[in-house]
Design a protein around this ligand. Structure first.
Ligand SMILES: Cc1cc2nc3c(=O)[nH]c(=O)nc-3n(C[C@H](O)[C@H](O)[C@H](O)COP(=O)(O)O)c2cc1C
Ligand code: SF4
Ligand code: SF4
Length: 303
């Protein structure tokens, strides 16, 4: 999101190469004679100008380059385009699997904080960085949240079990209740029974931590921003030895039951787009998994 210009240029150092002008998305910088100068009134605070300057003449004080990771040492050198082990990257992407068996080992706050920082390296619409992270880092809190999600689905299942309400939904609400009944009702009823009678956690799979990734409504694209940060977190979790699993059922419960949002102390004006179950995996695989083939389209646009 553009705001007042924070960027500062040290004209004593500037050699007038114009690189910062070329990469600035907000046309905030221009060349005046042979020196860069601020000529716009708004700035995304994206830091491209600082990152591109060959002589360190630009600083955008509102954004720090170092992210102070606690669990590993970061290399701050920018990787040139193409200068990466692509096979290794794809192997990481394909090796990340949704984990549905966690050991009871707790995830430390240092690790969780690093995951959040890694999440924030994602792009965001107009650089709003309007994402939010709510973390439950104790198994007891995960179970307590699970009880609220279970109560929501118990209510929903009892509505969906009523044929008159399903008929009304078909006539007036696009058959949403009927479609829920056909697709989810039996699995959820079984999951709820197992949760209540055997304490079996089919919702969070025994995860010891949950990360709720949300966004502030005033951000331009809060859902996209949150989900991009989420994907970074999933990949990094694998690299850190953690298992992860997205829990869409929990997102649905938070979305439709404001009381759950209140219990999680998520403020008004903020929505949750992903719930990530995290913990140390009690499962491992022998090989990577395939995907359905996809055929991209290359339309010829008519004038
Ligand atoms: C939006 C979304 C919601 C999901 N919700 C759940 C969930 O509630 N419970 C679960 O066990 N897995 C959930 N998953 C995980 C998917 O089932 C999983 O990503 C898919 O089967 C592919 O497997 P992989 O993640 O191991 O590659 C969800 C995934 C996405 C993208
Ligand atoms: S921070 Fe981004 S938008 Fe602001 S002056 Fe630098 S390049 Fe331009
Ligand atoms: S990139 Fe640095 S040296 Fe080049 S014009 Fe901008 S401030 Fe000056």
């Amino acid at each position: 999101m553009s705001g007042p210009v924070a960027t500062r240029i040290d004209s004593g150092k500037c050699i007038g190469c114009g690189l910062c002008v070329a990469v600035c998305p907000d046309r905030t910088i221009c060349l005046v004679g042979d020196k860069a100068a601020i000529c716009g009134t708004e700035c995304l605070s994206c830091g491209h100008c600082q990152a591109v300057c060959p002589v360190g003449a630009v600083i955008v004080p509102v954004i720090a380059a170092a992210m102070d990771f606690a669990t590993f040492k970061e290399d701050l050198h920018w990787l040139p385009w193409g200068d990466y082990d692509l096979a290794g990257l794809v192997r990481l992407m394909r090796s990340r699997r949704s984990c549905r068996n966690f050991t009871g080992q707790q995830v430390s706050r240092e690790v969780l904080a690093d995951l959040v920082r890694i999440g924030t390296t994602a792009p965001s619409g107009t650089n709003s960085q309007g994402w939010t992270f709510t973390i439950l880092d104790q198994r007891e809190a995960v179970v307590s949240f699970g009880n609220h999600v279970a109560a929501f689905f118990r209510k929903l299942n009892s509505l969906a079990a009523n044929p008159l309400l399903r008929l009304a939904s078909r006539l007036f609400a696009g058959d949403r209740l009927g479609s829920y009944y056909r697709s989810y009702y039996p699995t959820i009823a079984r999951g709820l029974r197992e949760w209540q009678e055997q304490g079996r956690d089919r919702l969070f799979h025994g995860a010891t931590a949950l990360m709720l990734v949300g966004g502030r409504d005033e951000a331009g694209c809060p859902a996209e921003d949150a989900l991009l940060a989420t994907q970074n977190i999933l990949l990094a979790a694998h690299a850190m030895g953690l298992g992860s699993c997205l829990i869409g059922f929990a997102v649905e419960a938070i979305r439709h039951d404001p009381a759950i949002k209140g219990r999680l102390a998520i403020p008004a004006g903020e929505s949750v787009f992903a719930v990530i179950a995290l913990g140390y995996p009690a499962e491992k695989y022998q090989q990577v998994c395939g995907r359905k083939p996809v055929a991209p389209r290359y339309p010829k646009l008519v004038k």
